[in-house]
Design a protein around this ligand. Structure first.
Ligand code: MF3
Ligand code: CO
Ligand code: CO
Length: 272
């Protein structure tokens, strides 16, 4: 890839349109699961119930969890509550009214993967929590809008960060999106912060995720003692939406939001 006249080696595996059809099948299951979970995540259930629901759903759709066993990860999906930024593991924790719960699912079909996450509000939430969840959705969509052939990865990061700040939120800058395909994490790293007009060029055939985590805190993170869960360092709330998208020469396909009318949901997520 040629940046500023220099030859730069990256290991981005560009996908053919046939590859994208495979990835789309996996993404479709992710999308269906995340939509259905809108009716599942409620006060009174345990977070492990969400994991079980997801496990059964994936089996029924003849997919596989791309997370279970990945570097030893013990669950079907990530379930992250309130100040848990990411990689939470379902447990006996009973969801309370007003909790905000992020479910992140990476699902494989025929060796190809799709990845997506939504944040749900259990029961009634304060206006502040609603603002955070809305901001996370809008930040992801702002990144999607920049994900077109001819732009640069820095355009994505800068628009995400700007959107977060506009809503009085911070971005967890240490966690990034990623390429995806036959592996759940491929190059490039897609930062949720950046400078307009800088970074790798976005080219047709790229398939990657955008998954900004927004927080009402400072954006610094630390590891939980379970060595998986990533916690917002100042214990403030966090919310995240993730999508997988495919870049074509004259359009971009958001593979995990294929049935969602984005014009209708420009301000807030479908499950809100
Ligand atoms: N789905 C997550 C992502 O968006 C990956 C989680 S890795 C795990 O990249 F091992 F923590 F599950
Ligand atoms: Co994910
Ligand atoms: Co991801």
């Amino acid at each position: 890839m040629d940046i500023h006249g220099k030859r730069v080696n990256t290991n981005i595996i560009l996908k053919t349109s046939l590859d994208v059809i495979h990835i789309k099948k996996a993404c479709k299951i992710v999308e269906e699961l995340l939509i259905e979970l809108g009716g599942v995540v409620k006060p009174g259930i345990k977070t492990i119930d969400i994991d079980k629901y997801a496990g059964d759903f994936i089996l029924k759709k003849k997919g596989v969890s791309g997370l279970k066993g990945y570097m030893g990860f013990p669950a079907n999906v990530c379930v992250s509550v309130n100040n848990v930024a990411a990689h939470g593991i379902g447990s006996d924790y009973i969801i309370r009214d007003g909790d905000i719960i992020t479910v992140d699912a990476t699902i494989g079909v025929d060796g190809w993967y799709g990845d997506g996450a939504w944040t749900y509000i259990a029961g009634e939430a304060t206006p502040e929590k609603k603002r955070l969840v809305k901001a996370a959705w809008q930040a992801m969509l702002a990144g999607v809008a920049q994900s077109v052939a001819g732009k640069k990865l820095g355009d994505i990061g800068s628009s995400i960060k700007k959107t977060a700040l506009r809503h009085g939120c911070n971005v967890v800058e240490d966690l990034a999106g990623h390429g995806i395909g036959r592996k759940i994490h491929e190059e490039p790293v897609v930062l949720h912060v950046g400078r307009k007009g800088t970074g790798l060029p976005i080219v047709p055939g790229m398939v990657f995720t955008i998954e900004p985590i927004l927080t009402l805190g400072s954006g610094k993170i630390r590891f939980h003692s379970d060595n998986w869960s990533i916690i917002i360092a100042d214990n403030k709330l966090s919310a995240q939406f993730e999508c997988t998208l495919a870049v074509f020469s004259n359009h971009t396909d958001v593979l995990t939001l294929s049935t969602i009318n984005l014009e209708k949901y420009i301000d807030f997520p479908p499950v809100f």
